[in-house]
Design a protein around this ligand. Structure first.
Ligand code: ZN
Length: 205
């Protein structure tokens, strides 16, 4: 696949159920199809109302990381335990308006914290700079815990916005349109990687 050849470090797949967000995308069978075509890690973002019900199906489909939303239904601690049992990394996601405090009890047990920088549900939206203080605060809390969890930012990431996001302490940059909408994928990825390096010199995925 172009993104793999172009130097992406992982694939981020947005699963939408028409309930948690208005849009509908795909389920475990597409994740399994992607799994057959790449060796890169599959980061599966569950924008669904009942993630707890489907964790096993997505893990069996070949996801490496399952990211559920704290605003969705279900027992978050149980999902973290289930992930451990299945050998899958577990992440928790926050919508732009959800305060960081919501994730506090789970933070030490997560493999990834995902901060949304657009309202979830549709691609192609503009980055919301007002989430940067939340990214900075998340970086401080993860560092205070000695956590090696990825701090992921999802929505409107471009070579311009990635600089500020990287300097706020993010380690994982989810890119859609800025990689795929215009021009060669490899060049777009290289531009993003350079922007992240300008921001912080951290490792990008
Ligand atoms: Zn996503």
């Amino acid at each position: 696949m172009l993104a793999e050849a172009g130097g992406a470090d992982a694939f981020h797949l947005d699963v939408m159920d028409g309930h948690f967000v208005p849009n509908i995308t795909f389920g475990p069978s597409l994740v399994a199809a992607v799994r057959r075509r790449t060796k890169l890690p599959l980061d599966v973002h569950l924008m669904i109302q009942q993630p707890e019900k489907y964790l096993t199906a997505f893990a069996e489909a070949g996801a490496n990381t399952l990211v559920f939303h704290l605003e969705a239904q279900g027992d978050a601690s149980h999902m973290v335990r289930l992930g451990r049992e299945m050998g899958v990394a577990i992440g928790a996601a926050l919508r732009p308006e959800t305060p960081l405090d919501r994730v506090e009890p789970l933070l030490a047990h997560l493999d990834q914290l995902l901060v949304m920088s657009v309202n979830p549900g549709f691609g192609g939206q503009r980055f919301m700079p007002e989430v940067l203080p939340k990214v900075r605060a998340a970086r401080e809390r993860l560092d205070a815990l000695g956590s090696a969890a990825d701090l992921s930012v999802d929505g409107g990431i471009t070579a311009e916005t990635a600089v500020g996001v990287a300097s706020a302490g993010a380690t994982f940059f989810v890119c859609g349109n800025s990689v795929f909408a215009h021009g060669p994928v490899a060049e777009n990825l290289a531009a993003l990687r350079a922007a992240v390096t300008r921001g912080a010199g951290r490792v990008v995925r």
